[in-house]
Design a protein around this ligand. Sequence first.
Ligand code: AMP
Length: 181
Amino acid sequence: MVFIGPPGSGKGTQCERLSNHFGVPHISTGEMLRSLDSETGHAIHSSIDRGHFAPDDFIMQMIAQRLLADDCQRGYLLDGFPRTLVQAQAFDAILHQCSQQLDHVIHLVVDVAELVQRLTKRSQCGHRSDDSPEFIHERFELYEERTAPLLAHYEQQSLVRSVDGMRSEDAVFATINQFSC
Ligand code: AMP
């Protein structure tokens, strides 16, 4: 499954629960980027802290390697990948090469006022340096410009399941869980 939704829509929370439930890995490219500890990693951190995306070729290298791991052979949940059309097309090619298919693309729908409230709360916890209120709106704009068009791409493959993400964590989880039955 692929999860698409703006920052704060609950992708990470739902993927974590589903990962425990189904016993398949939760792969978050954001988390992978945050844990990089190389010189390139530090350059990427300062860029994502300002709300920018990491380069497509870097993301593709990182994800292609991750998907080869043994724990991915029974399936996986992708949180925050793909985020651009270039990534989605490169990912289609990887799936094709491996004779794999996506089951669902979960689109989490949450209105902007609620997203701002969630991200402001998250920034007060201070876990993530990219949650700075200064750059929240840039991240929304980037989502609308670069990531939302992926929905049309996956609509063409009849994979998109839109889920009302304004509800409780449990209710959202129950809806997504139903798709998998
Ligand atoms: P996330 O944890 O998914 O919210 O990602 C945090 C930040 O990492 C994003 O705002 C982007 O700057 C960067 N990032 C995560 N995944 C990707 C991706 N697939 N492509 C480009 N940048 C990414």
